[in-house]
Design a protein around this ligand. Sequence first.
Ligand SMILES: Cc1cc2nc3c(=O)[nH]c(=O)nc-3n(C[C@H](O)[C@H](O)[C@H](O)COP(=O)(O)OP(=O)(O)OC[C@H]3O[C@@H](n4cnc5c(N)ncnc54)[C@H](O)[C@@H]3O)c2cc1C
Length: 292
Amino acid sequence: MKPASFHYHRAYTAEQAVTLLAELGDDAKLIAGGQSLVAMMNFRLARPAQLIDIADVAALRYVQHDVDGLRIGALTTHHAIETDYRDVLADGFEVIVDAMRWIGHLPIRTRGTIGGSIAHADATAEWCLLAVLLDAEIVTLSVRGRRSIAAGEFFYGFYSTALEPDEMIVEILFPAPARHAAMAEYAQRHGDFAVVAAAVNLHLEQDGSLRGGRVVLGGVGPVPVIADAATAVLSSGRQLTPQAATECGSVTADSLDLDDAVPGGAAYTRGLVRNLVTRALCQAAQLEEVVR
Ligand SMILES: Cc1cc2nc3c(=O)[nH]c(=O)nc-3n(C[C@H](O)[C@H](O)[C@H](O)COP(=O)(O)OP(=O)(O)OC[C@H]3O[C@@H](n4cnc5c(N)ncnc54)[C@H](O)[C@@H]3O)c2cc1C
């Protein structure tokens, strides 16, 4: 399949890109790594008449710390995170580095970007889960200025977000390290999007007791879902043992309102949730998983 014809523009700065977006109107679309958009164009699921290539906006390729947290430029690729910036992320943001191995294959990771992934808003995409898990802020730019959107309010539904048509994501801010966080997934083949993914972030006392935490699930709804039932268990103050992790996995799975429209059906999805939440909790707390 080949895409419908389009006009091609190249931007070298974020300001140039958003000026073009404003001038060209609703028919314009940004292209970053092209790893999702090109496939959609080839299948004619997207037919932008004007394409604005932002891959050369080099100033948006960075990872840096400041007083507000960890800032990642929107054009930073998945592969740069797992290679060039591994050391910068080694002080509490290891879960971000670890999550990159789940994204497609190496050629996809060398071109695909964090900004593109979050704007595309696949409900099982690793960056979308991480953003919700870690209370990220999505920073956008348009000719009207900058704004910051909490990840929890950014994802509206399947491939639908709070982004306005003339806005570009320029940065993702992760406000706090997550020293006990992990992600576990199941995909049909390595490199495929996950069928179900579970991401956890634990607040543990020195003695291993739980002081709170969050479980975020992908593959159980149109957006990454915070599992409230797990939050209750993780706030209980008890010790996180492998048995407690298993219990939390079961409570989470049983609490989900799933219909048979989810791939594989509700019972299959529930089983995956149970196991993946348990596994992610054990990994986050560095416990041996109880094999059942
Ligand atoms: C075979 C295959 C397997 C894959 N597996 C996975 C996987 O397991 N997990 C996963 O998360 N992803 C997976 N992907 C997708 C990959 O991660 C993409 O890199 C990502 O979804 C989109 O990033 P991109 O930079 O390529 O964006 P593009 O494809 O260029 O753009 C995607 C969308 O985002 C918009 N956009 C891009 N950048 C911005 C910006 N800065 N501001 C606003 N809008 C923007 C575009 O207009 C477009 O609508 C896979 C892709 C392929 C082809």
